[in-house]
Each structure stands twice: as structure tokens, then as C-alpha cells.
Ligand binder design. Structure first.
Ligand code: NDP
Length: 507
């Protein structure tokens, strides 16, 4: 694997590479010289270091993004921004293998899953290149004569894009595409667990001709660098993906300065199997829904609701399939599940296994760490299935963010909908049935931002994604995503009648 040329040097003979903050199109040292280690979760080895940014670094990044917003970037036409996005997408396509590799080193996602994701990313930029050039306003019919009113959408300003460790690149792309298409500038703050791939993406953007300051990267912990961004007077908008608890803290902090906000938060999504479903297809979808990315996705189908008449059969098949999943080296194409991304998350998942057992859920598969030859320090877990879960148990109500399926029986359609909606979350849901009326009836009753019928875990650049209830605010992707990065301005024009004296209109 070749890393991008870095101005900051290799540290040791173990080839740990030190990266800088990315400000004004170059890597720079942090003000106080503090760095943090980046670990590979499969090997347990430190392979990179990035700055642990301080308030001074955040100030510097914000000043750079603000200057860029008011500088050369403001003069770029929509057509220029579109042309850049297409170049940038092409650069990502040209470096797809390298980018995929970096993220696998950061969070242990399977290379085969990541390679597909990296190849899809350019399509997001192509899509937003198109949207950048669409009409943005209206001419509005008025109740007044001799007046014209029109609206324009203008870039919102400086955006803080705060991303989590489970899918740092794709979730950054979801923000970067519409933000740059709209004409905003962006400061990305990746999780301290997965910062390197974001720095590399920023380098590629610079190489594609993005003016300095339009896309900066600040690395470091949520506290202080994340908080500094969310409270900074120079930041106009926060686009955040992560846990509901952090989203709530960010919303409270942003509220004090009334920053614009979009939040894509947690989930405990129901994947509902009716007795009339194609059970082979359904079980494949259940497996993909909860064990894809080791269950570390906001949209994981972590509550599996199964109609009583087919419950035993589905539980048995799920358990058998879970036990057959090959847990292994994320770099190996034969592996079907990689690692948990970091030690605290690994401990959290193990804790929830104990919680579920303590609550009386029946363990039918997994439930322990997995051992992988040659990767003794790796954070591997066996795919785990708990049956006979009640929806009021912690394991059914709290986001675990790991490869743990909670299977819950239901009696009929009303019961399924009631259980599915009995949660603080509302991100996504799956419905498996052969009955077309039921499919749409149930989809209509589910309080979730996305419903998949006879499939699961699909997203795309042209389809909105976001949550009901405590799963989020706003939508990413799709034609309206651009609106999240613009302000609407209403312009009134007198068409020639002039303005009369307000106190003596007859004069
Ligand atoms: P967080 O939601 O805490 O972190 C997400 C991002 O926000 C990271 O970049 C983090 O930085 C940053 N951040 C943390 N605190 C603040 C703050 N006060 N102000 C601004 N930014 C902040 O996720 P964690 O990584 O801590 O994971 C905790 C749990 O969240 C997981 O166990 C999982 O359940 C859930 N999660 C859910 C995700 C989802 O998509 N729904 C994604 C990731 C996690 P840093 O990491 O550097 O602290």
C-alpha cells in the first residue's frame, strides 16, 4: 500500500506515518504539537499519528474556511463547482483501492465491502455536479400589483462536517457533495479513530484544484475539537453523523448560536418477517442487515421481528447462518465479517451480550469473541443471535452498534407495527412479505425515514436518507439535500410605481 506523500515524516521503523491537520490545502503541524495514535483494529498496531487539535487549531481552520468562503471560491460559477466535483469524483475513482485500503486499516471494515463503496463515491459527486446547476429559486405570484418577488438560494457558509468511525468516508461524501455543490466551505472533523482517510480525500480535492481553505480537516477528539467547532461563531452549519447522545449534545450547543443543523443519528431498526414472505430471501436480508459491517451501521436491522407461525424456523436458520459466517482478516476477500472498530466499542458490545443474557434472552448463536489465526490482538467477535427477546428489554431498546441480532416474535400485522414503532428511534425498517397490499400498508404505518420492502440496507445518492424521532433531523442525499446547505433569500422589486409618503399617501 502506498500512502499519499506527506510533508510530515515516518516516525519509527514500524512505519507509523505522522499526518498533519489539513488547512489551506496543506498538512500543517498542530499549534501545541500534540498527536494521537491511530490503531489498526485487526492487528492492534499503531500505524499512524494525527494531530490532537486544540482550540487554536480549530480557530485557524475556521478562519481559513471563512476567508475561502468570502474569497476566490465565492466567484466560482455553479458550472465551475460542477466541473470540480466531476474531477474530484474521477480522482477518487482513480485512487479507489488506496482509499478503501486506508479505511480498512482504520476501522476493520471488509476490503470487499469498502472497495465497492469507494467505487460508488464518484457517482455522488457526479450527481451533485448536476444538481449544482439546477435552478435554485422561484418567481412568486403576488397579492400586490407592480411588484416582483423572486427567491434565490445562497450557500449557507462555513460547514462543520462531523463524522463517525463506522463509515467515515461515505458519510463525509454525503455531506461534502451537496456542501461544495451549494458553494459552502467545509471543515471536516473525523472521529479520532478514523482520521487518515479523510485527510487523504482532502489532499485529492486540493490536487483537483479546489481553492485553499474550501475543504479543511481538523483531527482530534470530540472534546475539545468537536465541541470547539460546534460552538464556534465562525461556523454557520453543523452536519453530524453519530450517536443520538452526541447529536443531542451538539444540538444543545448549536442552539446557543442558532446554527443550522442536520443530524443523522442512531437506530434500532426493525426488520419484520411475515409468514407469507420468501423466507430464503428474507433470511439473507436479515443476515446482511445485522452482520454487514459487523453490525456497526446506523441502519443495522438489529431488531428482527418474526411472525409466530414461522418464528422457530427463522430463528433456527438465522442461528445456523450466523455460525457459518467467516470472521477474519478484513483484507482477505474470503472474510465475511471483519473487526469491531475500536476497543471501547468492542467492550460495549460484550457488555450488551451480558445484559441480554441477564434479561433472559436466549442465546442461539455466537456470544463470545472470535479468534482469528495470525490476528491475536484483533477485535473480532462472533456473529450473535438472541431469540425470545421482549421489546422492552435493553437489548431491544438501546443501540448496540455491533453484530448482535435481537429476535422478537409477533402475532399479526397490528402487533408487528406496534412493536416496530415502540422505540425512541425511527431511522429505518424492513418488511418481508409476499402480499403487496400488506407491504405498502405496513410501510405506511412505520415511523421510520426509510422502509425497505423485501430488501434491506440500500442507500443511494438520489434517495433521501434520515431519521424520524430521535434518529435525526434533516435528510442527506436526494434532490433536497442541497437545500440543507443553502439559505433562501426573498428579493422584492418595485416595478416602477415608486414609494409614496407613508404618512400622507395621497400627496
Ligand atoms: P459519537 O457520536 O460520540 O461520535 C461521532 C463523532 O462526533 C466523532 O467524530 C466524535 O469525535 C464527535 N464528537 C463526540 N462528542 C462530540 C461533541 N460533544 N461535540 C462535537 N463532536 C463530538 O460516537 P462514538 O464514536 O463515541 O461512538 C459511541 C456510540 O455511538 C457507539 O457505541 C454507537 O452506538 C454510536 N454510533 C452511532 C453512529 C451512527 O451512525 N448512528 C455512528 C458512530 C457511533 P471523537 O470520536 O473524536 O470523540
Amino acid at each position: 500500500m502506498s500512502l499519499a506523500p506527506s510533508p510530515l515524516s515516518p516516525l519509527t521503523e514500524l512505519q507509523t506515518t505522522r499526518y498533519g491537520l489539513f488547512i489551506d490545502n496543506q498538512q500543517v503541524e498542530p499549534a501545541d504539537g500534540a498527536y494521537l495514535d491511530v490503531l489498526n483494529p485487526a492487528t492492534g498496531r499503531v500505524w499512524a499519528q494525527v494531530p490532537d487539535a486544540s482550540l487554536a487549531d480549530v480557530d485557524r481552520a475556521v478562519a481559513s474556511a471563512r476567508a475561502a468562503f468570502e474569497g476566490e471560491w465565492a466567484d466560482w460559477r455553479a458550472a465551475d463547482r460542477a466541473a470540480f466535483l466531476i474531477r474530484f469524483g474521477q480522482a477518487i475513482a482513480d485512487h479507489a483501492d488506496e482509499i478503501a485500503q486506508l479505511q480498512v486499516d482504520e476501522n476493520g471494515k471488509l476490503i470487499r465491502e469498502m472497495a465497492g463503496q469507494a467505487r460508488l463515491m464518484p457517482e455522488y459527486f457526479n450527481y451533485y455536479a448536476g444538481l449544482a446547476q439546477m435552478p435554485t429559486g422561484h418567481t412568486n405570484p403576488l397579492h400586490l400589483k407592480q411588484m416582483l418577488n423572486y427567491t434565490v438560494r445562497e450557500p449557507l457558509g462555513v460547514v462543520a462536517a462531523i463524522t463517525p468511525w463506522n463509515s467515515p468516508l461515505l458519510l463525509l461524501v454525503w455531506k461534502l457533495g451537496p456542501a461544495l455543490a451549494a458553494g459552502c466551505t467545509v471543515i471536516a472533523k473525523p472521529s479520532e479513530i478514523t482520521p487518515v482517510s479523510t485527510i487523504r480525500i482532502a489532499e485529492l480535492a486540493a490536487e483537483c484544484g479546489l481553492p485553499p481553505g474550501v475543504f479543511n480537516v481538523v483531527t482530534g477528539y470530540g472534546q475539545p475539537s468537536g465541541t470547539a467547532l460546534t460552538t464556534h461563531p465562525g461556523v454557520d452549519k453543523i452536519a453530524f453523523t453519530g450517536s443520538t447522545a452526541t447529536g443531542q449534545a451538539i444540538a444543545a450547543a448549536a442552539g446557543r448560536s442558532l446554527k443550522s443543523l442536520s443530524l443523522e443519528l442512531g437506530g434500532k431498526s426493525p426488520n419484520i418477517v411475515f409468514e407469507d414472505a420468501d423466507l430464503t430471501s428474507a433470511v439473507n436480508g436479515l443476515i446482511a442487515g445485522i452482520f454487514g459491517a459487523s453490525g456497526q451501521t446506523c441502519m443495522a436491522g438489529s431488531r428482527i421481528l418474526v411472525q409466530r407461525s414461522v418464528y422457530d424456523r427463522v430463528v433456527e436458520e438465522l442461528a445456523e447462518r450466523a455460525e457459518r459466517i467467516t470472521v477474519g482478516d478484513p483484507q482477505d476477500d474470503r472474510s465475511e465479517m471483519g473487526t469491531i472498530a475500536c476497543r471501547p466499542q468492542y467492550d460495549k458490545v460484550l457488555h450488551y451480550i451480558d445484559v441480554a443474557k441477564g434479561e433472559g434472552a436466549r442465546l442461539v448463536a455466537g456470544g463470545t469473541p472470535a479468534t482469528v489465526d495470525g490476528f491475536e490482538g484483533g477485535l473480532f467477535l462472533r456473529p450473535t443471535v438472541f431469540a425470545d427477546v421482549r421489546n422492552d428489554m435493553q437489548i431491544a431498546q438501546e443501540e448496540v452498534f455491533g453484530p448482535i441480532a435481537a429476535v422478537i416474535p409477533f402475532e399479526d400485522e397490528d402487533d408487528a407495527v406496534r412493536i416496530a414503532n415502540d422505540t425512541q428511534f425511527g431511522l429505518a425498517a424492513g418488511v418481508w412479505t409476499g402480499n403487496v397490499q400488506r407491504a405498502h400498508r405496513v410501510a405506511g404505518k412505520l415511523r421510520a425515514g426509510t422502509v425497505w420492502i423485501n430488501n434491506y440496507r440500500k442507500t443511494g445518492y438520489n434517495t433521501p436518507f434520515g431519521g424520524y424521532k430521535q434518529s435525526g433531523v434533516g435528510r442527506e442525499n436526494g434532490p433536497d439535500a442541497l437545500r440543507e446547505y443553502t439559505e433562501e433569500k426573498s428579493v422584492w422589486v418595485d416595478m416602477g410605481q415608486g414609494v409614496k409618503d407613508p404618512f400622507n399617501p395621497r400627496a
